[in-house]
Design a binder for this molecule. Sequence first.
Ligand code: TRP
Length: 333
Amino acid sequence: MKKTILTGDRPSGRLHLGHYIGSLQSRIKLENQFDQYVMVADVQALTDNFENPQKITENVFEVAKDYLAVGLNPECTTFFIQSQVPEITELTIYFLNLVTLARLERNPTVKTEIQQKGFESSIPAGFFCYPVSQAADISIFQAELVPVGDDQLPMIEQTNEIVRRFNRIYNTQCLKECQAYLSSSPRLVGIDGKAKASKSLNNTIFLADSAVEIKQKVFSMYTDPTHLKVSDPGNIEGNVVFAYLDAFHQNKEEVIELKAHYQRGGLGDVTIKNLLNQTLQDLLGPIRERREALHDDDIKEMLLVGTKKARQKAQGTIEQVRAAMGLNYFQEK
Ligand code: TRP
């Protein structure tokens, strides 16, 4: 039997190049060899958007379109909507007993997000606990592999802690530990040179951006502020154009030569920006075309079919969980 993969994204906006390099590419590669489930994590997205549910519900379909546009195949991958699998919520509640507030406070990804979102003075409990619900997402599918960006590693670690604790306390083997599957590329920086490309920082190139938007974004990229004249030697460290060429330009030799030329002097920002623009237009043009050819009704049907299948799998696990905890009162034992 094929091993199971579970992964997903928050539908708080469309997917961008950071997702592409961080996890979408891996998922495309893995979908043939594994039983892959990809979840649109609307419940998790609500933990910091609860006042604005429409933003989330609208983006559920946009994210699903992004999945198909990049070439994921619904014949191989099961796509589903988190909120429509209530068994995940049930498992989250049981898991909450197995985690301390102190442990939740130590999660570095959540810590950073709390700062970014200005939640320091009052953190919504749902948001604070989302790593527990993520542990339920993963373990209810008996997933062994989780293709994600490296910012999600603390979630995987916390998931495995909870799974071990659950199995030990309830004397069962019904939940499996999992492993992250990381992309070989480093995390993509934002076009402004900030640490991470992210929707909330508004520094990303979306998979659905138009040709004009892509060009504008490339030409607004942070390069080397001291590289004033073409003849000046330039810095490639922290230079966003080179970070993106590293990530997306096929001809790696050419990038190495360009870097050396830039460092020596004599290579202008406009030249490298034109090259990157072309590289990204070549990558994103076909994705945008596939996206535009998709029909809302087909997307809905695909999510409905996927969600039914996902729910069946989740029900199988939750029955074992209830049995392990003795909560199967009305079942023949
Ligand atoms: N936390 C992930 C993100 O920020 C989304 C997510 C939710 C997820 N549940 C998951 C990823 C389970 C992998 C596995 O994008």
